[in-house]
Design a protein around this ligand. Structure first.
Ligand code: NAP
Length: 429
């Protein structure tokens, strides 16, 4: 004898499910019985499953219109079933906030993380929503799946989600340089979105603001070369990295040891509650670490993975690989907001005043540039905001036509979650 899984019946969470006997299940609301679920016999169960399958496949057919010319899927409906893979992480939690703020038309929200988090809850529009472990059926009936759980999860599960009919918006590096995957910043190259084949990539948190600033300047005076140095916040390395910076800072301010080697030999290590796992390769508090990511960072010519991403992704987003770019990426002890010092060499002249005028008209940018009044963007002020801020725009006299500028953007919002939601919004237009 089989029993209907009560969870599959999507009973309102406010109802209490009580198993009275082995066989029958009574659904109660505020202590009063409102329905009785009887065990199904084999025949009834088969009918039920068939009916469910046929309604689902009909639903899937109406969700998409297949454009045969480009093989792209375009979302047609306005009430969307959304999955977030990595819903308990820094980016996943911000995604939830932004989907609510921008009233994204969600019909069903499926929150997914690792099995470690299964059963936990996170808040969406004031309601506690359950987290589910990532499984084969996580994408059934899903229209848009946001992936923010690391590259290996995206590589394994992104194609599974597409097979189930979902459009994947991926926040990881898994598919960014794949020539069949559009790498989209809506303000810069939103028009390429229609070429997707099920997976759309959102760029790295440093590449997004950089491309937003470079593109309008390039359109005006053709950029020949860029030298960028980033100053990236710890939230860029996830929740555990934030916790590490906080614990380390507290220990340093309390004059407690931060390394095992500093623990006096007559004191048990556990007395100091030193971290078991360490995210950063060096002390992050009161420091600057010229290595991102924190492990397996170094690649060809001793550039880091992050530096290579900034170089290659910026070229791909701008649709121009002839611009020469060099990058140095540095982690600094800031909660939110990546700052970038950008040196640009142009083919044609562009004055600081003209650059200010161009950038102040560009979508998603805000110019804050009045040195006399100490007005320029900082990470603390940019945190929590949607715009990318630009300031310190000044001439570089070391080359024929050159400018220096300083930009700051919230890495969790425009650098990650907001850009992903804007991509989803474009799909619905
Ligand atoms: N932070 C940023 O500024 C930023 C910006 C752009 C892109 N990204 C990218 O976005 C991704 C997430 O970053 P984050 O900062 O949000 O990291 P995070 O705070 O460490 O969160 C990681 C999330 O992934 C989930 N996860 C880990 N392993 C999983 C697995 N095997 N199956 C299912 N879920 C799993 C975690 O679930 P549990 O809680 O269950 O472990 C958690 O929800 C990364 O690829 C990162 O490179 C981050």
């Amino acid at each position: 004898m089989k029993f209907v899984n009560v969870r599959n019946l999507r009973i309102n969470a406010s109802r209490v499910i009580r198993k009275i006997k082995q066989e029958d299940i009574i659904v109660t609301r505020r202590g009063k019985p409102v329905a009785a679920l009887i065990p199904l016999n084999e025949n009834m169960m088969d009918e039920f499953l068939k009916l469910r399958k046929s309604t689902r496949s009909q639903k899937n057919k109406t969700n998409y219109q297949i454009d045969r010319q480009i093989g792209a899927k375009v979302l047609k409906k306005k009430n969307i079933n959304v999955a977030i893979v990595g819903a308990t992480g820094v980016v996943g939690l911000e995604l939830l906030k932004i989907l609510a703020e921008r009233r994204f038309p969600i019909k069903e929200l499926r929150l997914v993380a690792s099995e470690r988090s299964a059963g936990k809850t996170v808040r969406f529009k004031g309601v506690r929503c359950p987290i589910k472990g990532l499984r084969g059926n996580s994408f059934q009936d899903i229209d848009i799946a946001f992936f923010c759980a690391g590259s290996s999860v995206s590589k394994t599960w992104g194609p599974v989600a597409v097979k189930h009919g979902a459009i994947v918006i991926d926040k990881t590096a898994a598919f960014r340089m794949d020539k069949n995957v559009p790498l989209v910043v809506p303000e810069v190259n939103g028009e390429i979105l229609k070429n997707h084949r099920g997976i759309i990539s959102s760029p790295n948190c440093s590449s997004i603001p950089l491309a937003m600033v470079l593109k309008p300047l390039h359109n005006y005076a053709r950029i020949k070369r860029v030298i960028v140095s980033t100053y990236q916040s710890v939230s860029g390395a996830g929740l555990k990295a934030i916790a590490e910076m906080e614990q380390e800072t507290k220990r340093i301010l309390n004059r407690l040891p931060t390394k095992r080697s500093e623990v006096p030999t007559n004191v048990g290590i556990t007395d100091y509650r030193l971290r078991k796992t360490k995210i950063f390769p060096h002390q992050i508090s009161f420091n600057a670490i010229p290595q991102i990511p924190q492990s397996n960072a170094f690649c060809e010519d001793n550039y880091t993975d992050e530096e290579i991403k900034v170089i290659k992704e910026t070229g791909k987003i701008m649709g121009n690989n002839s611009i020469k770019i060099s990058a140095t990426c540095v982690r600094i002890p800031v909660y939110h907001g990546h700052s970038e010092s950008v040196n640009i060499e142009f083919a044609r002249p562009v004055s600081p005043a003209k650059a200010r005028q161009i950038l102040s008209k560009a979508p998603g940018l805000q110019v804050l540039d009045n040195p006399g009044k100490q007005l320029y963007p900082t990470a603390v002020e940019a945190a929590g905001k949607d715009e990318v801020f630009v300031g310190r725009i000044r001439i570089d006299r070391s080359v024929k036509y050159g400018l220096n500028l300083w930009l700051v953007g919230d890495n969790i919002r425009k650098g990650a979650a907001l850009n992903a939601v804007q991509i989803a919004e474009l799909l619905l237009k």
